[in-house]
Design a protein around this ligand. Sequence first.
Ligand code: ZN
Length: 494
Amino acid sequence: MCPQADGSDAANGVTNGANGHANGNAANGGDHPGYKAFNTHQASRPQVSTNPYAPVQDFLSNVSNFKIIESTLREGEQFANAFFDTETKIKIAKALDEFGVDYIELTSPAASEQSRKDCEAIAKLGLKAKTLTHVRCNMSDAKLAVETGVDGVDVVIGTSSHLMEHSHGKDMTYIKNTAIEVIEYVKSQGREIRFSSEDSFRSNLVDLLTIYSAVDKIGVNRVGVADTVGCATPRQVYDLVRTLRGVVSCDIETHFHNDTGCAIANAYCALEAGATHIDTSVIGIGERNGITPLGGLMARMIVADRDYVKSKYNLAKLKEVEDLVAEAVEINVPFNNPITGFCAFTHKAGIHAKAILNNPSTYEIINPTDFGMSRYVHFASRLTGWNAIKSRAEQLSLDFTDAQVKAVTIKIKALADVRPLAIDDADSIIRTFHYNLTADKEKPLIELSNDEKKLWAKKEMELNGVGEKRELENTADAQAEVPHAKKTRTADVH
Ligand SMILES: [Zn+2]
C-alpha cells in the first residue's frame, strides 16, 4: 500500500496501492499507481435472448452449448519457455479443474518416460474434468495412451499435402486404414476417442470429408479440425465446419493457432458453424505464439451467453490460473490481455470516466465483477475530467461545490502537464486545494523542483485565460452527457 498524506484514506476504506502492475482481484483492492478502484452502480449487461424468429442457420450454433478442451499441459508444453515438472503439472491440472474446464489434455506418454508417468499421475487425481492424452495415429502410441488410465485418447495425423510429403510420407488410404484400426482398439478399451487431421485448412477438402465420414461411421466420439499453422480466417472456418457438420454426426473439436491473431475469432466462428469443443491454453501458450487463450475465449463467450458461461465456469479463478501458468513459464500476463491485463477495466479519458461513473456498460461490454476483477478510473492525469475528481473528492470526504471541483481539476490537469502525477500527488492537490479555500495563508498545491516551478509559473500565466477554457470544457461535458442508469434502462441494449 502506498503512503497516504494522512490516515483518512484507510479510515474511508480507500485501497489504492502503488506497486502492482497487474489488475488485482476485487477482494484484494486496487493496486495501480495513479488508479483507483471505483464502486459504481452496476447495470445489467446486454444479453443474447432466445429469439423464436432467429434465422434457421442459428440452429447450428453452439455458442450457448460448448465444451473446453484445455491443452496447457499438452500444447502449452510446446511453448518455448515451458518446462513443467510433475508438481507444477498437478497444480495446473487441479487449478483448471477448479475453474471448470471440461477436459484436460496431456502430452503424449510416448514423448518421454517422465511424460508417461505424469499422464498416469494426473489420470489418477480423480478430477471432475476428463483427462485426455494426445498421440500419433498408430497402434503403439494408442496402447501406451490407454495404459496411462486417461479417460480419452486424441489421435492426430497430418492430412495436408505438405505433411504427407514432408512429414510422415503416408497416403490417404494408409491414413484411413490405420485410423480405423486405432479407433476400434481405443473404443474396445472403453475410452473416448477423437480423430483429428493436422493442418486441416491446407488439406484437400474431399480427402478430409472422406476420412471424417469414415471414422464417424465406426463411432468416433469427436473429429478434430486443426489450424496448425494459424492460416485460417473466420470465414474459412465457418465454411469448413459447417460443411463438416453436414457430413458427420459426432462432435466436432477445433484447434486454432494464433499466428495471424484470429484464434479467438476462429473459435467463435467454429461454434457458430456447429463445432462442439474448443481447444484452449492458459494465456494462449503453445507452439510459436500459441492458440486460443482460455481467458480470451471466456471474454468472447460471456458476451455471447453470460448465463451459460457463468453457470459453468468458476470465472473468479481465471486470474489465479493465469498467474500460476505465467509464473511457471516465466512470462508476464500481457498488458492487453482480455479481462486480466492490467488495464483491461481502466478508464482514463475524462469523458469516458464520467460515463463509467454514471453507468459502466456505456464503455464496458464485460462486467469485471463477473471475474472478480475491479474497475479503475484513472484520475491523476492530464486527460482527467471533473466528474472523476468529484468522485475522488467524495471518497476523501471533502466537501466541494461543483465550481470548486472544476477549479481543482484545472489545476490537476495543468500540473500533470508539468510532471507525471502519482495517485498520492492528485490526492494531496485535492486536499491542499480544499484547505486553501478557508485558510488565511495558502499552501503550495504540490512540491516542485526549481525547473518544474519555472514551468508551473508559465502554466499559471496560461491559466489566467482559464475562464475561456472552462467554458469549452463545460460545453464538452454537456455534449458527453450520459443519461443516468435509473432513467434509461434502454441504454443497456446496444
Ligand atoms: Zn497446436
